[in-house]
Design a binder for this molecule. Sequence first.
Ligand SMILES: NC(=O)c1ccc[n+]([C@@H]2O[C@H](COP(=O)([O-])OP(=O)(O)OC[C@H]3O[C@@H](n4cnc5c(N)ncnc54)[C@H](O)[C@@H]3O)[C@@H](O)[C@H]2O)c1
Length: 364
Amino acid sequence: MDTHRLRLGDRSYPIYVGIDIAENAGRLLKNRGVTAPPILVSEYRIMRLHGQRLLQALEREFGSVPVIRIKAGESSKSQSGLQKLYDRLFRLGADRTSCLLAFGGGVITDLTGFAAATFMRGIRYASIPTTLLAQVDSSIGGKVGINVLQGKNLIGAFHHPIAVLSDVSWLDTLDDRELASGIYEVIKCGAIKSQRLLRRIDEDLQDLLDRRCGALQTIVSWACRIKADVVAADEREQEFRMILNFGHTIGHALEAATGYRRFTHGEAVAWGMLAALSLGTELNLLAPLKARRLENLIRRVGSLPTLRGIETGEVWASLLRDKKIRGGKIRMVFLSRLGRAEVHPDIDAKHLKSFLGRFLLSSS
Ligand SMILES: NC(=O)c1ccc[n+]([C@@H]2O[C@H](COP(=O)([O-])OP(=O)(O)OC[C@H]3O[C@@H](n4cnc5c(N)ncnc54)[C@H](O)[C@@H]3O)[C@@H](O)[C@H]2O)c1
């Protein structure tokens, strides 16, 4: 088992990564000060696939553990989904001393984390992520929230878990697209912070796609360390944490312009990274050879859903809902080399729009 630490003074917390996390979950939570039975929040499907091993380990330490099962999918990460979760918590008699366990992908960790941030003005929770994307990204850093009519993730909070427990053996049942989606986020971590991680993904790609636990544990650990260090340096995303948004400006806009139906989050980020690489070379911020190396790695992970039929105007409108233009300039993250990202606050909005049109056309 690998142990990392997200250092935030008295709110610091451990991130455990391994293949034996489920069996040790009760003990690890007890070490974090959980004494009464926690409340497990998960999806029906995840409980069916992986719930038993975790529940047995929890019940060995705590006795009977209540489970709240939620319908899979983004629609649960909503005001009505949140209300249902509150209802269940009240019915179980949860109080300020309760601890929630978010056992699932990003939908469950975002929703449960937000419920924990707000229930009785804030209670403890631990993240037990089961998708690669959630293990390397959404469960770390304390951003929790729900979607509302006006947009995705617009209502939320910073509320850190008391621990993150990532068992890579759960990734075995992920479908190919969800696995690839997480690999794109790990590639992003390497792109912004570690050329060595990129090399490792390049060498181990087939093992990762075959879901070999050893290879998965290495990259999950590596990406968690990178994300934890970035978040510790800039918890509230004043500046430095923005480098984690590499590929996200255009990625988010593509997701929104297609109604969150065509791409998984990671696939949209992959397209966003390809666009940022291309624009970065056009603006002479990155050498074309380096951009091509990263592009090849992204493309080797799998085939991305097409950009065909997506209107530039719609992507641009979505981008403007997400990003502010100040004095004709927009803020974006670019690579200066593989393993190093920089925030550029002064990208010409007109140039970006014209680039978008060309990128959509040439990539369709
Ligand atoms: N808080 C953050 O910092 C942050 C960062 C990135 C993304 N997000 C959010 O995360 C969400 C996306 O996360 P996600 O990709 O994990 O989506 P998800 O939670 O919807 O999970 C994807 C699918 O995988 C299934 N699944 C989960 N674990 C499984 C397993 N072990 N085996 C088989 N199937 C499994 C789920 O049932 C679901 O159908 C979005 O809502 C996004 O906004 C949050």
